[in-house]
Write a protein that binds this ligand. Structure first.
Ligand code: HEM
Ligand code: HEM
Length: 127
């Protein structure tokens, strides 16, 4: 279960990072939003798959170590970011503010994931 957890989270990070790179550097292409959104949903799915395998597979209590607390924040942001991403097209009159919030929460999500992968590797004694 541990290997699946680490594998899903590592893959999720790579996929979400690619999604960010598309939004950052490929925005002149016609397909950017479709690809950004597709990678985002794929990455979020993998985050939840990684969480599920660890939660179901582990013995002992849940959310007891800092890695798990930061992980919980990542889970929350992995929901909030795509919601904000979509809301900017629903409330078009508030697009600017929602877009700024989406960008911010997307960057924080990726930053915290990077830190948590590092912390997970340390927790597992691999670093
Ligand atoms: C962004 C990446 C990651 C996120 C969001 C994340 C999230 C989480 C969460 C939420 C838990 C708590 C599960 C529960 O208590 O039910 C957890 C546990 C754990 N994770 Fe991760 N994780 C990530 C990456 C990694 C990596 C790369 C490793 C190791 C190579 C790792 C190793 C562990 C271990 C060993 C536990 C069990 C901790 C315990 O004994 O309570 N994680 N992770
Ligand atoms: C977890 C999922 C997601 C993450 C991590 C994420 C992350 C980001 C980031 C970091 C940026 C800013 C890029 C930059 O300029 O540096 C961005 C831009 C954008 N994202 Fe997402 N995103 C996600 C999901 C979505 C979804 C589902 C939509 C739905 C339509 C969306 C729509 C947009 C749009 C329209 C922009 C462009 C904003 C602008 O023009 O500056 N995103 N995203």
């Amino acid at each position: 279960m541990f290997h699946f957890h680490a594998g899903f989270m590592g893959a999720a990070f790579a996929v979400l990072l690619s999604g960010w790179l598309v939004a950052r550097y490929a925005r002149r292409r016609r397909w950017w939003l479709r690809v950004h959104r597709g990678l985002a949903y794929g990455g979020v799915f993998m985050v939840f798959a990684g969480f599920t395998v660890m939660s179901l597979g582990k013995t002992g209590g849940h959310f007891r170590v800092p890695h798990a607390w930061l992980g919980a924040a990542v889970l929350a942001l992995a929901v909030a970011t795509p919601v904000l991403g979509n809301l900017q097209f629903v409330f078009r009159e508030k697009m600017k503010g929602i877009r700024a919030a989406h960008r911010f929460s997307g960057r924080v999500t990726l930053g915290l994931m990077g830190i948590n992968i590092f912390s997970g590797l340390r927790l597992a004694g691999l670093l």
